[in-house]
Design a protein around this ligand. Structure first.
Ligand code: NAD
Length: 384
């Protein structure tokens, strides 16, 4: 047995080795704020990657970033376009800009033939997401979106349970979790201003919650959405001790809810919050004809599970429940960056494809548009 295992291990390593490009990938990072640090730290752990270029609109910010991470050989630019024009040999870029710059930066990079790791949310609007996908199609390059919770074994278990048929036909999904006080302003106002964040809680953490649930049921298309958004906390100067001016800058949602009809006769009952007068609106649940799944609330959609999943079934006429033990979690950010590098090195597929996340984006877009219109709207996803 030991020999067989050893042989398999060798085969796996050997296969990986023969598939790689065999050279160091040249990577650029666009936007050198908070999340770019996670990207840089993880690229720097990899022997087959070098960060050769950094860009940020704020003069001096990318250079200071390079200094902080010891990437002093990297060339510095003051915009994504300047970087892309001067660096035709880049193998890939991490786009770590605020949301409103996701689409233009991704389109510029893809049109220049560069593979893209785009931070979440995919974009601000559905139209932008479609334009990015058209650029992806034109270029034939890899576009992957930064959903590190997908790398969690517990998150993958949710999908396995549903896909195994253990729950029967799924007909109702309720999202769970949300923040009591957690409007993200630790590094300034780029998340909360309309011109930079574009959308609030619904795009920032709502997109994760949607990915967890829609991913489990195979990303069915949305048909109609009734959406609601509010901003009572974000617009309250008392919310921000020492920064009452943030209230005036606040131009997005801090709470969102939606009632979504999905293809396949599935209902999604959704809510998400950056701030509310409640600890949690409850657990996420998935109801099927043969079983139900409870996913503990709080930040489960972040890939951080602190309680096991519970399955509810009827066995021999008895109503029973059992726990699915938690699995150890890997370094999700490392795995996310590694999956991008592996896809480039081995000519593989993106780990988080746009074809799925566009559905997530269509729901976010639908919630925002329905909330503005004050009634239910039909969702159509344009052809790419
Ligand atoms: N995956 C995660 O866990 C996670 C966590 C935090 C943030 N994010 C996402 O990462 C993105 C960035 O968040 P952040 O907190 O780092 O924001 P940030 O405001 O700290 O940094 C963004 C930087 O991008 C720069 N920038 C904007 N447009 C640019 C352009 N065209 N060219 C060059 N630089 C440009 C800005 O000047 C800014 O310095 C957001 O979309 C956010 O949703 C993801």
């Amino acid at each position: 047995m030991a020999n067989a295992a050893g042989l398999d291990a060798f085969k796996e390593i050997h296969e990986t080795e023969t598939k790689t490009t065999g050279r160091k990938l040249k990577i650029g990072i666009i936007g050198t704020g908070w999340i770019a640090e996670c990207h840089a730290e993880n690229y720097l752990k990899m022997d087959d990657v070098e960060i050769v270029a950094l860009a940020d609109l704020i003069p001096g910010k990318a250079a200071a970033f390079a200094e902080r991470f010891g990437i002093t050989g990297a060339r510095i630019y003051e915009s994504d376009e300047a970087m892309i024009a001067a660096e035709p040999d880049l193998d890939g870029v991490s786009i770590c800009t605020y949301n409103c710059q996701h689409a233009p930066c991704a389109i510029h990079a893809l049109d220049a033939g560069i593979n893209v790791m785009l931070e979440k949310p995919f974009t601000v609007t559905l139209d932008e997401a479609i334009e990015v996908m058209r650029a992806e199609k034109r270029s034939g390059k890899i576009l992957t979106i930064g959903f590190q919770p997908r790398m969690s074994a517990n998150m993958q278990m949710i999908k396995k349970i549903v896909q195994s048929g253990e729950l029967g036909k799924v007909y109702y999904i309720q999202s769970g979790g949300g923040r009591r006080r957690g409007i993200p302003t630790p590094f300034g106002t780029s998340f909360i201003e309309k011109g930079t964040g574009g959308i609030g809680a619904v795009g920032d953490i709502g997109t994760y919650s949607l990915d967890m649930l829609l991913g489990a049921v195979g990303y069915p298309k949305p048909l109609t959405v009734t959406g609601y958004t509010s901003s009572y906390f974000g617009k309250d100067p008392n919310y921000y001790p020492g920064h009452p001016d943030y209230a005036e800058k606040f131009g997005v949602d801090d709470f969102a809810a939606g009632f979504i009809r999905l293809e396949g006769d599935i209902i999604l009952d959704f809510r998400i919050s950056w701030a509310m007068n409640m600890d949690t609106p409850g657990d996420a649940i998935i109801l099927g004809t043969r079983g139900g799944l409870r996913i503990p609330s709080t930040d489960c959609w972040n890939g951080e599970f602190d309680e096991p999943l519970t399955i509810y079934k009827t066995v021999c006429g008895e109503e029973i429940e059992y726990k699915v033990p938690l699995k150890p979690t890997k370094d999700l950010f490392y795995e996310k960056i590694r999956s991008f590098v592996d896809a480039i090195q081995q000519g593989g597929k993106p780990s988080v494809p746009s074809s799925e996340i566009v559905i997530n984006q269509a729901i976010i877009d639908g919630i925002v548009r329905s909330a503005a219109a004050g009634h239910e709207i039909a969702i159509e996803i344009p052809e790419v």
